[in-house]
Design a protein around this ligand. Structure first.
Ligand code: FEO
Length: 388
C-alpha cells in the first residue's frame, strides 16, 4: 500500500502482511498483521517512528522514495518486526540519529549491529523538538519487552504506542472506528503477549491516561480514532475482576473424558455459569488465550497418556502458565486406563498461576454414576465460588 496522510501531514507508512499466520513461530495470526511506521515532518526536523519486518522492506523503501531527509529514526521497541529494517533505513539516511530508550540501546546493538555512535537514548518524559512539533517519550515497559516506550505528539494529540494497544490485523482501513473485529484482534494480541505483564501495564495505562489523546497509532493493526474503546478495554483486561466464566481446554482419545466434559458443561450452564470449551485436538490456541483473559476458572480435561496428561494438554498448560491469566480457580478432570499421575504432572506445570485448586475428578475407563456425582459436586462448588 502507499503512504497515507493521517492528519496534517503525519503519514502512515508500513506494510500489510496478509499472509503471515504465525508470530514468533508460535502465536497464530488468523487475520495476518501489519507493521506500521509513521513519518512526522516538523518545520526543522523529520522523524520516522519504527520500521517494518525486513523481508517486506521493499514496499517500505518505495514509500520513502520521495522523502529526501530523515533526522530521527525512533525505535519504540527493539523486536525485529519493528526494528529489523533499521540498518537498511540508516544506510539510506546516514545522517539520521537512532532514538531509543536506554534499555533498547544494547538490544539494538546486539540484535541488529547498530553502531553505538548512531544512537541517542531518551529518558522517560524527554522531549525531542522537530521545530513546530515535538515528540515526548513515555517509557511503557513490558508491552511487550522491558525496553518499550511510546511517543506522544502533543500538537496532533496522537500517541504512538507500538505493540501496546495494537492488533494483529491486516486491513486496508486506516482507522478502527467502532469495528468490534479490531477490538477482538486487540484482545487476542493482549492475551497472547501482554497478559503476563498485567501489573506493569497498569502503570503504563496511568501514564497515558494523563495525556489528551485523539488518535492512538499502534505499530500493528488499524489506528484507534475512538481511543476510549481500546483504553477502557485494556483497563478491564488488566483489572483484577474476573467473569462468571469457566474455560475448559480438553482432549479425549476414546470418548470418556469428552463425556465428563459434556456433563460438567451442562451442570455449569444449569447454574448460569458461562462455559467455553476448547478441544485441543483442533483448537485455535490464540482463541483459548483470549477467553482466559477474564475467566474465573479453568478446568483441564485430559486422558492419561503414559501416566501423565495428553501432550496437547501439557502444551496448553505450559502456555497458560506462561501467559498468566488472572484465574482464581482450577480443577482437573479426565479418565485413565490403569494408573495416572496426570494431576500431579499438570499441577507441576502451572506454578505461575495463583489459583485455588478446587479438586480433581478422575475415573478409570468410562465415567460411572459416582463420577457424574463428583462432577455435579464440582459444578456446584465452582458456581458457589463464582457467586462469592
Ligand atoms: Fe510487534 Fe513485540 O513486537
Amino acid at each position: 500500500m502507499n503512504a497515507r496522510n493521517i492528519k496534517n501531514g503525519v503519514m502512515l507508512l508500513g506494510v500489510q502482511d496478509w499472509s503471515r499466520r504465525l508470530f514468533d513461530s508460535l502465536i497464530p495470526l488468523p487475520d495476518g498483521t501489519s507493521y506500521n511506521s509513521y513519518l512526522i515532518p516538523g518545520s526543522e526536523k523529520t522523524a520516522l517512528i519504527d520500521t517494518v519486518e525486513p523481508e517486506l522492506v521493499e514496499t517500505f523503501l518505495s514509500q520513502l522514495q520521495n522523502v529526501p531527509k530523515i533526522d530521527y529514526i525512533v525505535s519504540l521497541h527493539a523486536e525485529q518486526d519493528h526494528s529489523g529494517s533499521i540498518p537498511i533505513i540508516l544506510k539510506k539516511y546516514p545522517e539520521a540519529k537512532l532514538i531509543c530508550s536506554p534499555k533498547a540501546k544494547p538490544l539494538l546493538m546486539d540484535h541488529l549491529g547498530v553502531l553505538e555512535s548512531k544512537i541517542k537514548v531518551v529518558e522517560d518524559g524527554e522531549v525531542l523538538s522537530l521545530g513546530d512539533r515535538s515528540l515526548r517519550f513515555i517509557h511503557t515497559p513490558w508491552v511487550h519487552w522491558p525496553e518499550t516506550m511510546s511517543a506522544y505528539l502533543a500538537e496532533e494529540k496522537m500517541l504512538f504506542s507500538c505493540d501496546f494497544m495494537g492488533s494483529h490485523l491486516a486491513s486496508t482501513t486506516m482507522f478502527a472506528g467502532k469495528n468490534p473485529a479490531v477490538l477482538e484482534a486487540a484482545k487476542r494480541y493482549y492475551a497472547e503477549i501482554m497478559m503476563p505483564f498485567r501489573q506493569m501495564i497498569k502503570g503504563n495505562m496511568e501514564k497515558v491516561r494523563k495525556l489528551e489523546i485523539e488518535i492512538i497509532a499502534p505499530s500493528h493493526g488499524p489506528l484507534w480514532d475512538f481511543p476510549e474503546i481500546i483504553m477502557s478495554a485494556y483497563e478491564d483486561w488488566i483489572s483484577d475482576t474476573v467473569g462468571n466464566k469457566v474455560v475448559i481446554p480438553f482432549i479425549s482419545m476414546h470418548g470418556s473424558t469428552a463425556k465428563m466434559v459434556d456433563f460438567l458443561t451442562s451442570e455449569l450452564a444449569d447454574r448460569k455459569v458461562e462455559v467455553h470449551l476448547f478441544d485441543l485436538a483442533v483448537t485455535d490456541i490464540g482463541k483459548l488465550a483470549m477467553e482466559l483473559v477474564d475467566a474465573a476458572t479453568v478446568v483441564i480435561g485430559t486422558p492419561t497418556v503414559h501416566v501423565g496428561p495428553h501432550p496437547n494438554v501439557a502444551y496448553a498448560a505450559t502456555l497458560a502458565n506462561a501467559i498468566k491469566p488472572k484465574l482464581k480457580y482450577a480443577a482437573v478432570i479426565g479418565s485413565y486406563g490403569w494408573a495416572t499421575k496426570a494431576v500431579e504432572h499438570i499441577t507441576g506445570m502451572i506454578p505461575a498461576l495463583k489459583v485455588e485448586v478446587l479438586g480433581a475428578v478422575l475415573c478409570k475407563g468410562d465415567p460411572k454414576p459416582e463420577t457424574y456425582e463428583q462432577l455435579r459436586d464440582l459444578a456446584e462448588l465452582i458456581a458457589t465460588k463464582h457467586s462469592q
